[in-house]
Design a protein around this ligand. Sequence first.
Ligand code: SF4
Length: 375
Amino acid sequence: MTNRAIELALSKDSLDKTDIVAILSATDRQDLHAIRDRASEVLKQYCGDEVYFRGLVEFSNECVNNCIYCGIRLGNPNVQRYLLSEDDIVASALWCADKGYGSVVLQSGERHDRQFVELVERSVRRIKNESRSERLPSGLGITLCVGEQKREDYERFFAAGAHRYLLRIESSSPELYARIHPANQKWDDRLACLRWLREIGFQVGTGVMIGLPTQTLQHLADDILFFREIDVDMIGMGPYIPHNETPLAADHAEYGWQTEDAYRTALLMIAAARIALKDINIAATTALQALRPLGREEGLNFGANVVMPQLTPMDVRRNYLLYEGKPCLDESAEQCLDCLETRIRSIGRRVGCDAWGDSRHALARGARADTTARS
Ligand code: SF4
């Protein structure tokens, strides 16, 4: 791919698959800088320069699934399982409100039993009620990331006050998805969940892993087109990092991507998604920082505008290892916040405080949003 193809792609308002592949193929420093600068320009024009925090509470690593890339899959006997109490979940979220984050993400492995669904519903309702204040009249913005659930359970979560939902498709290619999941986990089921979430009224986020064995740039370009087609509000994606206690790690050792390629392509995916989808929210994920100390800052420079500082209590944080080398395991929530604020200021961006930080894309669609946001 020539520089000319990249130049042409960056001059367009609407990217097609050829343009996206050209962007994802960049390796030359000058091309990478041109792509980064274009993504920043689009970000500033459509979203401004604020970075929004979502305090991340990984409240349980119990999971009924066996995704073959995941360190906390049901079949890994070496994981010490935990489930935070309702009071601990609510306390972590309220800490977040107190520090001015504006939004929280409740994330866990996947369970479908009544006890679990009710715990999520009750926690959401309590967080919403107990976090209302003069600074946050609508209470905390609540994002859920608890996997595939029944439509009526998604409806209960929405009614309780959650307004965003993250459900990664992992790959928009049904064939690639089938290679990294057991036969009982179907791509069509995940897509159906994404559709229900949107119909119910959630702001919907999805994402993919970058650098999976056998994955190509064509697959990744199709992922960006898929995000546009299903009209997502948020994207969270990062490099695939193997976990030694998973079946996919052996495939990775044999024919996986080089770390450098996965890292660079993850940044280029953020940039391509920003240029193609413009006004959505994109997270700079911790997986970027796991590969490079300044990975999250680079993610922000390539067009991301959301970061998710760790609020998971430190005594259980080590048990939520989806991949190896996860950063911030030994920093308290307070240290994590200080460190992130400094990092964000160091790249000339501002932290958006006391606001949900909804994607402008969702606001333009009229989704449930923080009507009291100041910015
Ligand atoms: S990726 Fe999620 S659903 Fe799959 S095994 Fe891991 S925690 Fe469970």
